[in-house]
Design a protein around this ligand. Structure first.
Ligand code: F6R
Length: 242
């Protein structure tokens, strides 16, 4: 794992966006793996700004998001489909039909998980996956204890994750308790991974990631086994983490 230390959230967002822009320019048909949550919002803003200023095109790009809440349709403003449309897709020239996010409002979740996993495979896999990290080390919604062999699957969210995500909802009771997420092995199949870590609240998680062995009790630690991971972390997260 390579670690790039940056000053703050703004610089992290800028550097991550610049990297994606370069990759899209080199390979206009790239398959990007995308994340939601608070961390990548600044990066998406930079991508939008660049699209308007410099015309970087996403017309041939395909995207796969990590996860989606169960029970929310894409028109629900707390769904990750809504988030992605609002924070990125509506503002660039990506073809919506080439943006994939697990469906959270289906009846047969097992079939949906299989469909999503196959979709990634039949499209040639993910070239560059963007990740954030939960305070408990989750990546996607792979909570501590998830098998490193897991594929796309249905998860029960830990109370710590529900609490951390309650800030996006009116009331904590509205946070869904389940999600569909790419599995750890699905994420690990990505050719390249960028992990974004910002803020003091993530200090402990970064410390564990840098110091612990690869263990299923801290999902992000699996990234130690991947040949091409870059962590972009800001000072607030890095200070004291090493
Ligand atoms: C989001 C996701 C999660 C988040 C993580 C950190 O698609 O898969 O793993 O990356 O919960 O969230 P933030 O960025 O809100 O701290």
């Amino acid at each position: 794992m390579k670690i790039v230390e940056v000053k703050d959230y703004k610089q992290m967002s800028h550097i991550a966006a610049e990297y994606i822009i370069r990759k899209v320019s080199e390979n206009p048909s790239i398959n990007l793996g995308l994340a939601t949550g608070g961390t990548p919002i600044g990066m998406y803003k930079n991508l939008i700004q660049d699209h308007h200023l410099n015309g970087t095109s996403y017309q041939k790009v395909t995207t796969f998001n990590l996860d989606e809440y169960i029970g929310l349709s894409g028109t629900n403003e707390n769904s990750y489909r809504y988030y992605m449309n609002e924070n990125l897709f509506n503002h660039i020239d990506v073809q919506k039909g080439k943006t994939f996010i697990p469906h959270g409002d289906v009846q047969d979740f097992e079939a949906e998980c299989r469909r999503y996993e196959e979709l990634i495979e039949t499209n040639g896999g993910i070239d560059l996956q963007i990740l954030g990290i939960g305070n408990n080390g989750h990546i996607g919604f792979n909570e501590p204890g998830t098998s490193f062999n897991s594929k796309t699957h249905l998860v029960d969210l830990k109370s710590s994750t529900i609490e951390a995500n309650a800030r996006f909802f009116n009331r904590i009771e509205e946070v869904p308790t389940q999600a569909v997420t790419m599995g750890i092995s699905s994420i690990m199949k990505s050719k390249e991974i960028i992990l974004l870590i910002s803020g003091e609240a993530k200090k402990e998680a970064l410390h564990q990631l840098l110091c612990s062995e690869a263990t299923e009790s801290f999902p992000a630690s699996v990234l130690r086994n991947h040949p091409c991971v870059t962590i972009i972390a800001d000072e607030a997260a890095v200070s004291g983490a090493k």
